[in-house]
Design a protein around this ligand. Structure first.
Ligand code: URA
Length: 210
């Protein structure tokens, strides 16, 4: 499926994801759950960040203690639904920088076209977490990863709530080096590129649009 796939199986994540899948879950509740799940995912996605020993003074004595090494994380959200996950990750890593990438699919060629990009100037020197709730066809995620690599990013991870096997294949083919984190791998994509059983349109459910 993908050589570097982690399914975040923590019971709290799984329970909250089930609540998000329910048709009757309200917009407000869905948004709150997305934020909570993203925070819990961030714990897993950042597990291998580098540490260095720094001097600190406790109230009792000086010591060397671990602290995050290097430049601060950058969370890049794929517009628009990625914003729902970025918020939760920022709850856990409030000093992270934030980038945005907007892509739409050209109706004639079906190729993702970039319409917006704003990244920190020094994004190439930062660990980057790219977020989008649904890895469906995988084309947007693959294009966004490609764009971040063009910007020089080397330490890249992708996080989503749900993945379709088809999307994982596309991402594995294009970017086998990028670690992928998801809460579940669902059965399939339908003819409208919705993930089944899925949770519906993540953007609509987050923002109350239809
Ligand atoms: N995007 C969504 O929001 N939902 C899907 O099921 C697939 C893509």
């Amino acid at each position: 499926m993908h050589p570097r796939l982690t399914v975040v199986s923590h019971p709290l994540v799984q329970h909250k994801l089930t609540l998000m899948r329910r048709r009757e879950t309200s917009t407000g509740e869905f948004r709150r759950l997305a934020r909570e799940v993203a925070l819990l995912m961030a714990y897993e996605v950042t597990r291998d960040l580098r540490l260095e020993q720094v001097p600190v003074e406790t109230p009792l004595e000086p010591m060397m203690a671990p602290a995050l090494a290097g430049k601060k994380l950058c969370i890049v959200s794929i517009l628009r639904a990625g914003a729902g996950l970025a918020e939760g990750m920022l709850d856990l890593v409030p000093s992270a920088r934030v980038g945005h990438i907007g892509l739409y699919r050209d109706p004639a060629t079906l190729v993702p076209v970039e319409y917006y990009l704003k990244l920190p100037e020094d994004v190439a020197e930062r660990p980057v977490i790219l977020v989008d709730p649904m890895l469906a066809t995988g084309h947007s995620a693959a294009a966004a990863v490609g764009r971040l690599k063009m910007a020089g990013c080397q330490d890249l991870r992708f996080a989503c709530l749900l993945a379709a096997p088809e999307g994982l294949e596309v991402l594995a083919e294009a970017h086998p080096d990028v670690e992928v984190f998801t809460c579940a791998v669902d059965r399939e994509l339908d003819e409208h590129a919705y993930i089944r059983p899925g949770l519906g349109d993540a953007g609509d459910r987050l923002f109350g649009t239809k």
